[in-house]
Design a protein around this ligand. Structure first.
Ligand SMILES: [Zn+2]
Length: 353
């Protein structure tokens, strides 16, 4: 009777340990924070290991690999707990590629980026998207747009700004310019003379976020530690605009969209500026999908994504790798905190003249 009682005690200790929940969830965010060993196999693993879950009475937790080895356990060959975690490795690769995109004169081709990452094109695209939440193309576009907006704000010639930012032709740029700056390039350069700009400032996991839009589209999304600083920058960028703050409908719309897009756990290992750029781009894309002032719903965003995924699946029909099923989509969206109010919390922005 003694042995089963001891087992029960050990199982209870494991079950009540919060680290056990992380092991059951294969939570990659916990990788590196602790390790667990399994008495019956003599092996220790990182929390995200894909191995079949062990019986709780056989499990022990260790703070470091060295601790686990001192206790007589060998490293698992599958999850290789002694090496940097897969999440960290991927984040490092993606960060490296982001720097490459940022410093390139013109956007590098996907195949070139994949090669530099040491991955197949398909796999690279998938990893990049999983880590940042945007495609490499969208990341490059975000950078180019930031560059061109900066150059125009400094008052350079429009064509110079366009080419200096890495656009291949000015006609391609003009097609998209309203979507990229909410007005024509010349109006942008002229400090938004004659434009009414609505803005809202709120908080998100990356700090404060400011979203500003003219009647024609989004003209600024900025992240920062200081709400006043963000408002100041907006005024400096558009010195000739009329600002409209405290528009409840606009604030609600922005707060909702930002909340829908937020994925606080995403890209935690990435440099903060890369996370910021990717997040900004996701917000920008989402705001464009949902008309100004409309009530955004998860269903709308999910439908947009599902449609895009369907298209991608069709495009990759011949590919060996499987895409997530539609059900997987629904489950993922279903878990987001809808109804509890979004995490994003918008304080009324004071009207600024
Ligand atoms: Zn393992």
């Amino acid at each position: 009777m003694k042995k089963p009682a001891r087992n029960e005690g050990r199982a209870a200790a494991t079950l009540s340990d919060p680290r056990w929940a992380a092991v059951l969830a294969r939570d990659a965010r916990m990788d590196g924070k602790f390790f667990y060993s399994v008495k019956t196999t003599g092996i220790y693993c990182r929390p995200s290991c894909a191995a079949r879950p062990a019986r709780p009475e056989n499990v022990a937790f260790h703070a470091t690999c060295a601790d686990a080895e001192r206790a007589g356990f060998r490293a698992c060959k599958r999850c290789k707990p002694g090496q940097a975690s897969l999440t960290a490795q991927r984040a490092a690769t993606v960060a490296k590629i982001c720097r490459l995109i940022e410093t390139a004169e013109t956007a590098p081709a996907l195949t070139e980026l994949a090669q530099r990452a040491g991955l197949s094109t398909y796999h690279f695209h998938r990893v990049f998207k999983a880590v940042t939440g945007v495609t490499p193309k969208a990341y490059a576009a975000a950078h180019r747009a930031t560059r061109v907006r900066g150059a125009l704000a400094r008052g350079g010639k429009v064509t110079d700004a366009i080419f200096a930012a890495g656009y291949q032709s000015s006609s391609r740029f003009y097609e998209k310019s309203t979507a990229l700056m909410g007005m024509t390039p010349s109006t942008y350069r002229a400090g938004a003379a004659g434009m009414n700009i609505r803005f809202a400032i709120g908080t998100c996991t990356l700090g404060h976020i400011l979203v500003a839009a003219s009647e024609r589209g989004i003209c600024q999304i900025a992240l920062g530690d200081d709400a006043d600083g963000l408002a100041c920058d907006l005024q400096k960028r558009f010195p000739r605009a009329t600002f409209i703050g405290g528009d409840k409908k606009f604030e609600r719309w922005v707060a909702q969209v930002v909340g829908l897009v937020e994925a606080p756990a995403r890209g935690l290992d990435l440099p903060l500026d890369v996370r910021g750029t990717a997040f900004q781009q996701r917000v920008w894309q989402a705001l464009q999908k949902i008309p100004t002032g409309a009530t955004a719903t998860y269903t709308q965003l999910a439908q947009c994504r599902a449609r895009r995924c369907q298209r991608l699946r069709r495009e990759r029909a011949g590919c060996r790798h499987s895409m997530p099923s539609r059900g997987a989509h629904r489950r993922r969206f279903g878990r987001l905190p809808l109804g509890r109010g979004t995490q994003t919390d918008f304080a009324p922005a004071g009207g600024e003249g």
